[in-house]
Design a protein. Structure first.
Ligand SMILES: Nc1nc2c(c(=O)[nH]1)N[C@H]1C(S)=C(S)[C@@H](COP(=O)(O)OP(=O)(O)OC[C@H]3O[C@@H](n4cnc5c(=O)[nH]c(N)nc54)[C@H](O)[C@@H]3O)O[C@H]1N2
Ligand SMILES: Nc1nc2c(c(=O)[nH]1)N[C@H]1C(S)=C(S)[C@@H](COP(=O)(O)OP(=O)(O)OC[C@H]3O[C@@H](n4cnc5c(=O)[nH]c(N)nc54)[C@H](O)[C@@H]3O)O[C@H]1N2
Ligand code: SF4
Ligand SMILES: [Mo]
Length: 716
């Protein structure tokens, strides 16, 4: 058979790298960066080859599985659907609608079908117990966007290709390849920034791979970023450096800021954060005097006790220095398919607190509850208790705080169904596993990540392989189950429901044609799906553009600079940090943070030998000073404990860690006998989320606070 070449977008992380895949005799020969992709220009990372490994993985599930007392049994799709629908109906009839919970994991967002059909599927279950990976990740960003710009998905993106100064906090894009900033080839873009005389400054308790390449790096005590940001603002106002510039007309309540930040002098902040007053002043001055500048805060800022306040303050700094909606600052994207506008049409701009979780009273956000509350909702008896779960492309046993408790909770359920490609730590609890066709067997368009990209582009990817006969895509499984659960439609609205009738491509074509670059507005030159198919490398739609005030969803199209809920949360911050009784817990006197690795992807790519080989990466990194205090030698096995549990793993002594802080990667812990992940089981590691604490959250948003979990370390 001749060799064929295929162009696609890698769907594994947010970077959306263009790839060129060659196939011979049905086998992938090479996966390279596609130099003609207008966004990634040839960049890829080692995980791209992981697409081959997932495609060929003998452990990947292909047929529905049913748990029986004699083990897993392959059953037909019809029989599997029947079991799922009957059990969900019975449980909802017996205990009420909310007795069924849903958890949607990260790969849903990288899956066209998951994005298009997921909401309709959830509506068919009609539960208030919706959870997802959002609340262990970016929820604070959504909160800031909703209250400042009127739409939870309207996310400011750093214009890295034009900025003169980039302040990077709690992000490690050299490894993560960027998040809420789709930025393939971050390293090259950073170098270009430096070569044009610009500066990148990293604030992180670990001297990361990104810090290593940046112009400056400062250690910060985990969880204290809000104080640092308040101090930057303090300096900006004390030294008269704030200047709204072109934004003056668009911003409300800017005059309230000086008063709010007054108490946070650099001297006070230095004590709390560990960054000297002099350095805080210098960073504020450099930021303000740069021709253009942008502050960017990601995971490390979101997953902490003041995640919401941090993301608000990041926006405030960009705005009050006149760097918002301006080239080189933070801008909104204007993609070919604009989910922000589409959701706006149906009024889905976001909500907070329409209902609360039953046990702890945590607030709903845009239809979801914080996943830190999931285990207690299953384990606590009473009206409204969750008795059945649906998980879709998620592994919350390894990815959510106090995963061990959730592991136990899942084993208490009366019924569970998992839509997933693997039998893993979470899906092993299911009664039925429905495995979709995945990756290279699916058509792809990044509905979400085009909206977060540092440049506007559009690209449709054809499948490389046909799915096996009889296989179903995620979207088909969700559509079929939704239709079965809803039954034959008797009302005209439901009869017209796109997600009942149309394929993903048909919906996509509609959305592109009606988008701002679509044929609706320019019959000849506009885009439709056919044109995207004819441009397999993707279509360039230009750099980020100013879009205010039209793009705002707030009343009167003004930026709400000082929303009440954040001001109120500053009281909690004050009680935490400006109170001399302080935080220190003598028992648990080290702070735990996480880390990512270039060859991992959350919890689910450890079954690729190519990616997992090369020694145990699941270690606890610790500063030499601390190692001396604890009398530890490199490689020694230690026991790490927190309020909720303990794990054992080797220590890795390295001065890239801030003293007093230890780091463990997440996504490990593949030691269970009853999972089907041969390579991962041979190299299991332990789960950091057996230490993270479901009670440590950002109380404002309900997002998990992974950064700065108090732990203690003992020798074995
Ligand atoms: N301590 C700590 N915990 C963390 C983090 C951290 O930094 N520190 N990071 C958090 C973040 S940012 C995130 S996003 C979450 C991720 O949390 P999750 O989304 O819960 O976990 P993943 O590891 O991404 O699991 C993905 C699941 O999807 C399945 N899958 C893969 N491809 C497909 C597909 O095409 N279809 C279907 N149906 N299933 C598929 C995989 O087999 C796996 O079971 O973890 C969070 N947890
Ligand atoms: N290779 C690889 N790439 C990935 C993933 C992966 O698992 N592996 N996961 C993908 C996903 S789902 C996401 S959401 C993104 C995340 O993308 P990023 O946010 O860029 O990735 P992280 O490595 O989690 O970066 C968080 C940083 O915050 C630091 N940090 C921890 N606590 C604090 C704190 O209190 N203050 C400050 N200032 N910093 C702190 C950590 O040391 C770390 O360097 O990555 C994506 N890309
Ligand atoms: S950086 Fe992300 S999108 Fe690019 S090749 Fe790696 S995993 Fe794929
Ligand atoms: Mo994430």
């Amino acid at each position: 058979m001749p060799q064929t070449t295929h162009y696609r977008t890698c769907h594994l992380c947010e970077a959306m790298c263009g790839v060129e895949i060659t196939v011979e005799d049905g086998v992938i020969k090479t996966i390279k960066g596609d130099k003609k992709d207008p966004l990634s220009q040839g960049h890829i990372c080692p995980k791209a080859m992981g697409m081959k490994d997932i495609h060929e993985d003998p452990d990947r599930l292909k047929k529905p599985l049913k748990r029986t007392k004699d083990g897993w049994e392959e059953i037909s799709w019809e029989a599997a659907y029947e079991e799922v629908v009957t059990n969900i109906r019975q449980i909802q009839e017996k205990y009420g609608q909310n007795a069924v919970g849903i958890y949607k994991g990260n790969p849903n967002v990288h899956n066209l079908g998951g994005q298009l059909y997921g909401a309709n599927f959830s509506r068919a279950i009609k539960t208030k117990n919706n959870f997802s990976a959002t609340s262990v990740d970016q929820l604070p960003h959504h909160l800031a966007s909703l209250f400042m710009f009127g739409h939870y998905l309207l996310t400011p993106i750093p214009d890295i290709d034009h900025t003169d100064y980039m302040l990077i906090m709690g992000a490690n894009p050299m490894v993560s390849n960027g998040s809420l900033m789709t930025v393939p080839g971050f390293g090259q873009r950073l170098r270009a920034l430096q070569q044009r005389g610009g500066k990148a400054v990293v604030i992180d308790p670990r001297k990361t791979e990104t810090a290593d390449k940046a112009s400056e790096h400062f250690f910060i005590r985990p969880g204290t970023d809000a104080v640092f940001l308040l101090a930057l603002l303090n300096v900006l106002y004390a030294e008269n450096l704030a200047n709204l510039d072109k934004l003056a007309e668009l911003v409300t309540n800017a005059e309230l800021i000086p008063n709010l930040v007054q108490a946070y002098t650099p001297e006070i902040a230095a004590n709390i954060t560990g960054i000297t007053a002099e350095n805080i002043r210098q960073i504020a001055r450099d930021f303000a005097s740069a021709k253009s500048a942008v502050a960017y805060g990601r995971m490390g800022l979101s997953t902490q006790a003041f995640g919401g306040v941090c993301q608000w303050l990041i926006n405030v700094i960009n705005i009050v220095t006149g760097n918002f909606d301006q080239p080189g600052g933070a801008l909104f994207t204007t993609p070919a398919i604009d989910v922000v506008t589409l959701l706006g049409f149906v009024g889905a701009t976001g909500n907070l607190g329409r209902w609360k979780s039953r046990v702890r009273g945590l607030p709903e956000f845009s239809g979801e509850l914080p996943v830190a509350a999931l285990a207690e909702e299953i384990l606590t008896e009473g009206e409204g208790q969750i008795k059945a779960m649906v998980t879709i492309a998620g592994n919350p046993v390894l990815s959510t705080p106090n995963g061990k408790q959730l592991d136990k909770a899942f084993s208490d359920l009366e019924f569970m169904v998992a839509i997933d490609i693997y039998l893993n730590e979470t899906t092993r609890h299911a009664n039925i596993i429905l495995p979709p066709a995945t990756g290279l067997e699916s058509e792809h368009y990044d509905l979400i990540f085009h909206s977060f990209a540092v440049r506007n582009t559009a690209k449709f990817s054809q499948r490389v392989f046909d799915p096996e006969p009889g296989a179903k895509h995620d979207w088909e499984i969700m559509r079929d189950l939704a239709n079965l659960l809803k039954g034959e439609p008797d009302n005209p609205k439901e009869q017209k429901n796109l997600f009942r009738r149309l394929s993903p491509e048909a919906i996509l074509d509609l959305a592109i044609r009606r988008g701002r670059f679509g044929t609706k507005f320019n019959k000849e030159k506009g885009l439709n799906l056919q044109k995207l198919r004819a441009n397999p490398h993707g279509v360039d739609l230009g750099p980020l553009q100013s879009s205010l005030p039209n793009r705002l969803f707030t009343k009167g199209k003004k930026i709400q600079l000082v929303p009440d809920l954040f001001v109120k949360d500053l009281e909690r911050l004050k009680a935490t940090y400006l109170n001399p009784e302080g935080q220190i817990n003598d028992d648990f006197n080290l702070y735990l943070i996480g880390r990512r690795h270039l060859r991992s992807n959350n919890s689910w790519m450890h079954n690729s030998y190519r990616l997992i080989k090369g020694g145990n990466r699941c270690t606890m990194q610790m500063n030499p000073q601390d190692a001396e205090t604890y009398q530890l030698a490199n490689g020694q096995q230690v026991k790490v404990s927190s309020r909720v549990g303990s794990i054992e793993l080797p220590v890795e002594i390295t001065d890239i860690m801030m003293p007093g802080v230890v780091s463990i990667p997440h996504g490990w812990g593949h030691h269970h006998q009853d999972i089907r992940l041969k390579e991962a089981q041979a190299n299991p590691g332990v789960s950091i989320n057996d230490l993270t604490d479901e009670l440590l959250i950002d109380e404002l948003s309900g997002n998990a606070a992974f950064s700065g979990v108090p732990v203690k370390v003992e020798t074995l």
